[in-house]
Design a protein around this ligand. Structure first.
Ligand SMILES: [Cu+2]
Length: 367
């Protein structure tokens, strides 16, 4: 994997460099000696903890993220529902959407330290298909060969800070550390098919992808470097999610996450900027058994998401985005941004839904 990460960094750097070389072709924005308050002062909006604020600065933000997952994958290969059933599963997920509303607050007590808080409200919906070879009562229980589960609610609250330890000319770097509190529910239930259940059967505990939080205290370290030039800039960030507990109240622990992102941003004018980047992400398998989530079914196994081996993997996404920044007028200090992440490559453990697009739209206001 080390070799792989090296290659990823190399690829990311090359992409950033090629975007950077392209930048002067549409350079137009007036020179800004301060290197702050310009569109590319922020990374693509889906990158968290990308910037700090000057002493006394506040910022509120709202981000809407929509993740679209359609179709199953085994390793790097697309697989059909029949392929999953052939592995002895009674039920397979077929698609999932996640809509996340994120509210953020930043405050800088000093030029070096910026405190950050972020909360979210999440809605998830997953469509499943039942193995055609399953016994009839299973289909009767949900009234068909497919069924959908839904959850919504508050997710995990993240509190922490960003410390800018390096600033020299147009180069700067900061380290971040946040604690994720298990405020999101891990007890979400919905109707899933059980043989012999009447139409009004009770709701069942849902597998981890449908839960609203991790259920554990998690540590979120990050390291960010940015260099800005007259009309463009580039940045890189490494981040991680480290689970601080061996299991949550439902007997399992999500895998740790390691991410690396590079991006380059270019200003078309003093209020509009485009950006592009690459994100590599590794996540580990789920450890432990999910309490109250059955692992056996009439066809051998229950559903793929009941098994820890069907969690985690590696992925490489391309990021393309736009940042609008209002330098003056009634909207002074406000930003409107959007970016989309598209998978270039994904290698998933076991059998899992693949991610097709992640769209993030954000509004930020500094004061
Ligand atoms: Cu901010």
């Amino acid at each position: 994997m080390n070799t792989f990460i090296k290659h990823t960094f190399l690829l990311s750097t090359l992409t950033a460099a090629s975007v950077a070389h392209a930048a002067p072709a549409f350079s137009c924005c007036p020179s800004d000696d301060s290197y702050v308050g310009r569109p590319d002062d922020h990374a693509p909006i889906s990158v968290m903890g990308d910037h700090t604020h000057a002493k006394g600065g506040w910022m509120t933000s709202y981000r809407y993220m929509q993740m679209d997952m359609d179709g199953m994958r085994h390793g790097t290969d697309r697989v059909s529902s029949s392929d999953v059933f052939a592995e002895g599963y009674t039920v397979t997920p077929e698609s999932m959407t996640m809509d996340m509303h994120m509210l953020g607050l930043m405050y800088a007590p000093t030029d070096k330290l910026t405190l950050v808080a972020m909360g979210n409200y999440t809605e998830t919906e997953m469509d499943h298909r039942i193995n055609p070879a399953a016994p009839a009562p299973l289909f009767a229980a949900v009234g068909g060969d497919t069924f959908t589960t839904q959850t919504s609610g508050i997710g995990d609250l993240k509190l922490g800070g960003l410390y800018r330890f390096y600033l020299e000319g147009n180069k700067k770097a900061h380290a971040g550390l946040s604690l994720s509190l298990p405020t999101g529910s891990i007890d979400e239930k919905d109707k899933t098919p059980l043989p012999g259940m009447p139409p009004s059967f009770p709701k069942q505990q849902l597998p981890a992808p449908m839960q609203l939080g991790s259920g554990t205290y998690d540590l979120l370290p990050s390291l960010t470097y940015v260099q800005q030039f007259e009309n463009w800039s580039y940045g890189a960030q490494a981040n991680a999610v480290i689970r601080l507990e061996s299991e949550n109240d439902n007997g399992y622990r999500l895998g740790n996450v390691f991410g690396a992102t590079t991006w380059a941003g270019c200003n078309l004018s003093e209020w509009i900027g485009l950006n592009a980047g690459l994100n590599y992400r590794y996540s580990g398998k789920l450890k432990g058994n999910q309490d109250s989530v059955g692992t056996t079914g009439p066809n051998g196994k229950s559903v793929t998401s009941a098994f820890g081996d069907n969690y985690g993997g590696e992925r490489l996404d391309a990021i393309v985005g736009i940042n609008l920044h209002m330098p003056s007028g009634v909207l002074k200090g406000q930003r409107l941004s959007a970016d989309i992440r598209l998978p270039l490559w994904q290698d998933l453990n076991g059998y899992q839904l693949e991610t097709d697009t992640v769209l993030t739209i954000g509004w930020q206001m500094a004061f």
